[in-house]
Design a binder for this molecule. Structure first.
Ligand SMILES: [Fe+2]
Length: 206
């Protein structure tokens, strides 16, 4: 490791990589920087970043729930669900990035690591083991429901506080894709005959 000079300056040129470094945090979680050029008051940005972080933790959990479902799905609908779950995973990756970057843009700090997400999310933790398809789908729908409910709440609040950018992001890039995914997934829980159609009522009465 390079030695520090007497003045404490350790920027001397060297081809050696300075590995295993640690330092103090330059911004504490739950605080915002002075982004005065946004014309949004600090209390507004602070409240929005808090609410967006909840939405972020829940979206990261749903994203991971889709990958778990993609890997562990079984049964006659394996192939279509395997593909559908991965498509929704990819879309949730985009959603997560959009929310996190909005938090950073507002001067806040986006939650990032799995243990912090686990402590924050409102979504029920699934078992490590494999579950039946209807249970997998029910868990995904429950997660969508939590996110959709929060989207409406945060979008309303953002509009009231004059943060139209956050309102637009939530409605266009979080709420609508979640509504669409929710529909695609929920149709799989409709009890539909696979081979024999149900007999017509008039025929059955003969
Ligand atoms: Fe895969």
């Amino acid at each position: 490791m390079a030695k520090r000079s007497a003045s404490g300056n350790h920027n001397s040129l060297s081809a050696e990589p300075h590995v295993h470094q640690r330092g103090r945090e330059i911004q504490r979680y739950g605080t915002i920087t002075h982004a005065f050029h946004l014309e949004l008051e600090e209390p507004v940005r602070l409240e929005m970043t808090e609410q967006l972080n909840q939405l972020l933790a829940d979206s990261m959990t749903l994203r991971d729930l889709y990958k778990k479902s993609h890997w562990q799905v079984a049964g006659p609908t394996f192939y279509q669900l395997h593909l559908l779950f991965d498509k929704h995973f990819d879309e949730q990756v985009e959603i997560v990035d959009a929310i996190a970057e909005r938090i950073q843009l507002l001067g806040g700090l986006a939650i990032a690591m799995a243990p912090d997400v686990a402590e924050t999310t409102q979504i029920e933790r699934p078992p490590r083991g494999r579950e039946e398809v209807p249970v997998q789908i029910s868990r995904l729908l429950d997660a969508h429901q939590i996110i959709i409910r929060d989207c409406r709440k945060v979008a309303d609040r953002a509009a009231k506080l004059g943060d139209q950018g956050t309102n637009d992001l939530i409605v266009s890039e979080v709420l609508r894709p979640n509504e669409l995914q929710s529909w695609f997934v929920s149709e799989h829980l409709v009890n539909m005959p696979l081979v024999h159609a149900t007999e017509e009522v008039s025929k059955a009465a003969d």
